[in-house]
Design a protein around this ligand. Sequence first.
Ligand SMILES: NC(=O)c1ccc[n+]([C@@H]2O[C@H](COP(=O)([O-])OP(=O)(O)OC[C@H]3O[C@@H](n4cnc5c(N)ncnc54)[C@H](O)[C@@H]3O)[C@@H](O)[C@H]2O)c1
Length: 473
Amino acid sequence: MPDLPPTTRRSVLGGALAGGLLAATSSTTAAATERDDVVPARKPGQKSMIGVPFEEHDVVRIGLIGLGNRGMGMLPGWAAVPGAQITAVCDIRADRAKKAADQLVELGKDRPAEYGGSADSYRKLVSSSDVDFVYVATPWEFHYEHGRAALLAGKHVGVELPIATELHQLWSLVDTSERMRKHLFLMENCSYSRNELAMLRMAHEGLFGDITNGHGGYLHDLRELLFSPTYYTDAWRRKWHMRSIASLYPMHGLAPIAACMDINRGDRFVTLRATSTEPKGLYDYRERFIPKDDPIWDETYINGDLVTCLLETEKGRIVRAEHDVSSPRPYSRINSLAGSRGLVEDYVGDGESGARAYFEPDHSGHTWRSFDSYRDKFDHWLWKKVGDNPDNPGGHGGMDYVLQWRIVQQMRAGLVPDIDVYDSAVWCSAVPLSAMSLERGGRPVKVPDFTRGHWAKSRPGLDSPESDMPPVR
Ligand SMILES: NC(=O)c1ccc[n+]([C@@H]2O[C@H](COP(=O)([O-])OP(=O)(O)OC[C@H]3O[C@@H](n4cnc5c(N)ncnc54)[C@H](O)[C@@H]3O)[C@@H](O)[C@H]2O)c1
């Protein structure tokens, strides 16, 4: 096992530009100096976006920014959704925009406008009058800039995880959405996964009794991809492990648990405290697999392998959210929820669902049962209608298309989005707040109320009834 190089581990997001290796980004160095407990006042004319429907669209015209692994992976889904049309594509690398446009023509679609070649090409896409909805799939350090620009250009926008990496940026996105009267939300596909949606319905049906705690995470061995010379463009994701000690990407596991606890819809996160293990995984991988003359050997990794956030809610519930992408392990989002009447534990390999359950009065005798029959019984209508549909290109087990279909149909029908800017901001606040907590020796920091007081009211979200959805044309 290699020794750690002599470096100060700093938890400041955007702080340690290790060895000058990071490309210039729009991200600022703020986490350590930001206040966790300040709720900025609304500016005159700014109003909540809670419950605000989309305006109706006959066809939803979509512009894509960022055409790497994720952007290109989502392209067939956007192209397949009824009533969606990709009218514009953009990547800083113009050849990627051309490739995306070519692929759409091969799929029998109209050729979209192509933008690319410079760092601000995205500005032309967001200001195009042929775009209603912008999808951002660029590296994390650009999400805030791209998402905010789309809002300011009067577009609705879906941003890959996280919508921003700093607390002041999250507030800025909330404020800009409220001012521009346009929605910005996280493209949180795992919230649409089959087990997660069934679990949400069960939570609302009362099967768990009083929900007391939940665990989620993003545990994905990305070491090979992080060190791949071709996978992440310019190794942007590995560079985040040189700049921050933070839970960089916990939202896939945190968001579904937050939904089951009605966060922003009856409860809210009040504090977060974080722990971090030492960074060992990337050093160990480099030692074993990277030639000694590779410039990668100049790099210093500071982020811990396992960063854990412990969040407490107003109602006294506890959520543990994990992040680990640098250790050897099979994939897991943990996805476990417990209450006074029983619990579910996902990713344990049982049955078709891979999950196990134990509920009173159905079960007794301290013996686990399969989750499969519950998943069948509480299967969300979106899965019966869209998840299993032959049009579904199947990305990430089909949940990507469920998300894409749902966004487009809600925009066509003029409905309120399932996920709003407040949900997105609070889930993503775990990124800067974990950095702050670690910077303060693991002490709890306050989780801002991005709803500015509207968190306590029950309202619909991901657990939508099919009856709310008009027939799809
Ligand atoms: N929700 C999910 O399941 C999921 C899965 C994978 C990735 N992601 C997210 O998608 C995003 C992209 O990840 P990826 O794996 O595709 O990375 P990638 O490196 O493959 O792609 C990023 C693309 O953005 C482009 N880009 C960079 N700066 C740009 C700019 N200023 N203007 C336009 N284009 C620019 C790059 O040229 C590249 O093509 C990340 O936020 C990642 O976390 C989400």
